[in-house]
Design a protein around this ligand. Sequence first.
Ligand code: FRU
Length: 457
Amino acid sequence: HAFDEAYRPQFHFTPAENWMNDPNGLIFFEGEYHLFYQHNPFGTEWGFMHWGHAVSTDLVHWEHLPIAIYPDNDSQDKDFATAYSGSAIIDENNLLGLQEGDTKTMLAFYTSKDNGQRIAYSTDKGRSWTKFAGNPVIPFDEQDDARDPKVFWHPESQKYVLVLWRMPEGEKSKQGFSIYTSENLTDWYFESHLAGFYECPDLVELQVNRRSDDTRWVVFDGDGSYIIGNFDGKQFSPETPKTQGDFGKNFYATQTFNHIPDEDGRVIQLAWMRGGEYPGMPFNGQMTFPAELSLKTYLEGIRLIRTPVKEIELLHEKGQSWEEENLIPGLDKNLTKKVKGDCLHIQGIFDLKTVNSFGFMVRNSKKAAGIEIRYDATKQILSCLGQGVVLAPEDGKIQLEILLDRTSIEIYGNGGKAVLSSCFTAEPDAKELVLYNTGGELLVKTLNIYPLKSMYN
Ligand code: FRU
């Protein structure tokens, strides 16, 4: 593969070929980030779920590896040969007794439609995988539907925690996330159930205002929505109502990396950009760019903030910068006319003054107007591709950080308080960019635009 097809993202992860959905088993181990993913190796549509696999040392350049986990049966029905979503951890204390030499065992927890929650293990840093002999570790209950185990170590209670989507007694109204604990990774005890959630659970501790002595736990639903609260190792107690996590068109099945070293300390999240289109491409699906999560206190309470990981700078080409420029109404003729490209990193701070609306148009050409990123200052709405989110200025200013790739765009407003993640298709050769102002006075405090290199170069 040259990985240079017209609709192939250049810095968002895609499978080399065929279908991809949820990120699975995200883990950092011995210098490598592992990204497993729901994968159909037989075609560009969903079915026959396997775990595809890739590794990276910097969250930006990914190396494709062979399929890690195969379905547990060879059913010809695409719904029944399954290794569904799940997570990975390191068996630090060799509890399963499978370790070979000094390399700790990597465990993947996944769902099989056949019989419940299962373990596969690797004694060679994720390169080859074997099914655990004691499977399933959590069999299905009668009439129960359950999937997507997220496992992590909880130091305070000295136990492993597993969060699982479940539909007790097959009743839709009861579906939600069940919490289990274990001391040995194979015997799991039910602790509590939180109703009102659907698919791909995540539960993670985040710092508030970057202080290690003030934390909350955040539970994520499959669609990226979240609740902030507390977790005692057995039960989650909500402090906030459920809040939407992303306001774009294509954000689903989030997961955070396990086992990030303490000296790094980041909580890094990926999501599947569900619903993108890739006409004529050999692959179908892309991940969001990895993002760092944290919590911040605002007048209205504690909120999640999400920002792209700083490693994006590894792809920066020589950029252009502006400072303290008044943007007069109309299409800008000076600031951005020299900038072109379909892979860009844009960072700007805009003093709203008396402006009505302003924004960028990307992927323009002589033939067609491209994609509009607009901030409406009268309505306080940030929008793109038909989706919008309310975003109040802070100190009279709006900050925008935009990651533009060939078939996706992520817009982070005000330091990641509001994020829109969306997929699109555009004429491959439409690469012009303009900045515009619909009326009133706007001061561009700072603006940096970096063309981004391809991860494949
Ligand atoms: C979410 C999901 C998961 C399931 C997987 C199957 O997109 O439906 O709940 O494990 O996809 O591919």
